[in-house]
Design a protein around this ligand. Sequence first.
Ligand code: CP
Length: 324
Amino acid sequence: METKLKGRHFITEQDWSVEELETLFSLAADLKAAKKAGRTTPLLDGKTLYMIFFDASTRTRNSFETGMTQLGGHAIFLSPDKMQISHGENARDTANVLSRYGEGIAIRHCAYGEGNAYLREVAANSRVPVLNMQCDIYHPCQILADYMTIREKFGKTRGLKLGVAWTSAPNYVRPLSVPQSLILMMPRFGLDVTLAYPPEFKLMPQIEEQARANAQSAGTKFEITHRFEDAFENADVVIPKSWGPLVTTQDKTEGLRLIEKYPAWRCDTKHMALGKKHILYMHPLPADRGREVTDEVIDGPHSVVYDEAENRLHVQKALMALTM
Ligand code: CP
């Protein structure tokens, strides 16, 4: 594929214009149709993607790796404990070497205060595009898939209300990256976003500020509330999911205590009934069933979580084909 996007890093969707992202969505739709029709799409024949995972993954690893296979290329799974990163090799040396071998480097690094900085250091020293598979600040590939799913279901997105709500999931402290990328990108594509969280679960101030600026430029709404139900009332789409109180405290024990303070922040059919008749339930997965959401909702008629997970494959194939 020859576009101006060849060689571009994808660390945050905020760095790409709406037109550039539209190019990606258009190619993602074509690649999805081609796969359905059984047509091969060897756009990355002979090319290699290095995938460095500092954190666990089901969807991201398998959709990137499968995507590279379907594009005729090859993906290599790497983890720091099996690399010289474990002996202290720095981002500069890792980037310089890998980028002389292959055509792309994808990284998941969610440690708070470290992940995004690591990606940027690799990008600054890489000859090939660096793709963000989730960091402490952004999860742009997830939000590309979310947007593709919403547009497929409604055919348009301007004027839709999206509720993004914090939920109580006490088994571990999750990153801020999903809600942050959601509030940054969705208002740029015409959605009105209501973000609901208990006060201790605020997002990074600069991200909330950027989301407000994005909404203002796009003529859409962005509001923050501390009432769970506000995200659901009259909503077209809801994405209720957990994140840690990382801006308030990085102490794990205190973080888990704060998560336990709000057990009522759980999505059930009563909350779903507050939305429009056609309301969609979305979640990036993995979901903490029974704590974040009831089985009745996530397995129910409004849930599109598997379509959403599938679209990770299609948007990431488009991303790789355009940049690598
Ligand atoms: N949604 C998501 O990123 O899933 P994984 O953590 O399984 O990759």
